[in-house]
Design a protein. Structure first.
Length: 411
């Protein structure tokens, strides 16, 4: 008698298409954390505060593994980036050996382990900008420690981000076949990210926080904000902007998280693409439920003005990633626009982008996730009427809309 495949076999079968998509893509180095001396003519240096829930690695060239640590750890890492004349904006010049050449490759110049929260606060004081802005980056699935560090350094440098850079890196094994492990590791790290957000909001050296999350890290970020909101009756006002890049986030889950976050929320920007193949595979693995970053959001822009959510439609952006999943960091137009907004302390909205500043290959405009989120100011009758009208126009089923009824969520 034929038996149904077990969970591990089913997971392998489900992830197989993703592995096929990645065939031929070069694997990035898993080390590169050993400090090297800067060379004459080296480029810029990005000073990063790293918070991690990863387990320390025995190999100092890796610093941290993809396994789960027992507590959050803080490190300071200085990354050297080659001169702009020798590199293309949006690309990482990955180290080709354990001791990279800073003149040609990304390289670590210094690592320092922080033993106390006081040392972390001292770093914030030393690296605070005139406007006391901070950016927190949360990476996604299939990301090693070194990949997270170098990717964030690239974003900060290429975007010319005028904010203290803080990286939150959670235990991803950096293996395409470990999707389910990574997902549980993100779940494992919720409380640590929540505490980091609250520490930033409480610091006298921070006045304005933008959180940028990618892929699976978007679920982790929104979940941590939901927990913060439930504890504090809303998200602290210092957390002004949240950018979800290619969010691997179930639309139904996002709806629930958004409502439970409370009455005080930051402004959300979603960088989405209908051509994101990685999110297409994630949708397959997740039972066919649409991912926020892969949905066609444009038909719902009439509802967005009530939601405080903006979307950057990156479908037309040409990037090197064959999956179309990292355009937010690889596209010079997008990364510079995001960096400019963070540096200026401006909200990411379509209205805020002037005609002269519009991106050549990117459409920026307010949109809504129809049937996904409704702010309390929208009455149930308004929301249902708008969804029904949209369904009649498009012929599409909009799905259940949440309604706020005396503080409760009704479907």
């Amino acid at each position: 008698m034929r038996t149904a495949p077990g969970p591990s076999m089913a997971a392998s079968i489900a992830v197989a298409p993703m592995a096929l998509l990645l065939i031929g893509c070069a694997e990035h180095p898993r080390d590169g954390m050993l400090p090297v001396a800067a060379t004459t003519g080296s480029g810029s240096v990005v000073d990063i505060l790293v918070a991690t829930t990863r387990r320390p690695a025995a190999d100092p060239a890796r610093l941290y593994s993809g396994e789960r640590g027992t507590a959050i750890a803080f490190d300071r890492i200085q990354v050297s980036i080659p001169p702009d004349r020798d590199r293309k904006i949006g690309e990482i010049q990955w180290p080709s050996r354990v001791a990279p050449d800073p003149a040609r490759e990304f390289a670590v110049l210094r690592t320092e382990k922080f033993r106390s929260e006081r040392e972390m606060q001292q770093w914030l004081r030393q690296n605070r900008t005139p406007k006391r802005r901070e950016i927190i980056f949360v990476h996604g699935f299939n990301t090693t420690y070194s990949e997270a560090v170098f990717r964030f350094a690239q974003i900060v440098h290429d975007g010319d981000v005028g904010a203290a850079p803080v990286l939150f890196t959670w235990p991803s094994r950096g293996d395409v076949f470990d999707y389910l492990y990574d997902k549980e590791s993100a779940n494992y790290s919720r409380h640590a990210l929540e505490e980091l957000i609250l520490q930033s909001a409480a610091s006298p050296d921070v006045e304005d926080v933008t959180i940028v999350a990618h892929s699976m890290g978007c679920w982790l970020t929104v979940e941590a904000l939901r927990s913060v909101g439930m504890r504090k009756n809303g998200v602290p006002s210092k957390i002004r902007n949240v950018v979800l890049a290619a969010p691997d986030l179930d639309v139904d889950v996002f709806r629930r998280q958004w409502v439970e976050m409370g009455p005080k929320r930051p402004h959300f920007t979603i960088v989405a693409s209908k051509n994101d193949k990685a999110l297409g595979v994630s949708r397959l693995i997740s039972g066919g439920i649409e991912r926020v970053g892969g949905a066609d959001l444009m038909p719902y822009r009439a509802m967005l003005s009530k939601l405080g959510i903006s979307v950057v439609d990156a479908s037309a952006v040409d990037v090197a990633d064959p999956l179309g999943h990292t355009g937010f960091a690889e596209s010079p137009e997008i990364v510079r626009a995001l960096g400019r907004r963070i540096s200026m302390g401006q909200t990411f909205t379509g209205d805020a982008v002037s005609t002269g500043e519009a991106l050549e290959a990117v459409t920026v405009q307010p949109v809504a996730i129809a049937g996904s989120v409704v702010r309390a100011v929208v009455t149930p009758s308004q929301a249902i009427a708008e969804a029904a009208a949209l369904g009649r126009r498009t012929g599409k089923r909009t799905g259940p809309l949440p309604a706020i009824v005396e503080g409760r969520i009704a479907y």
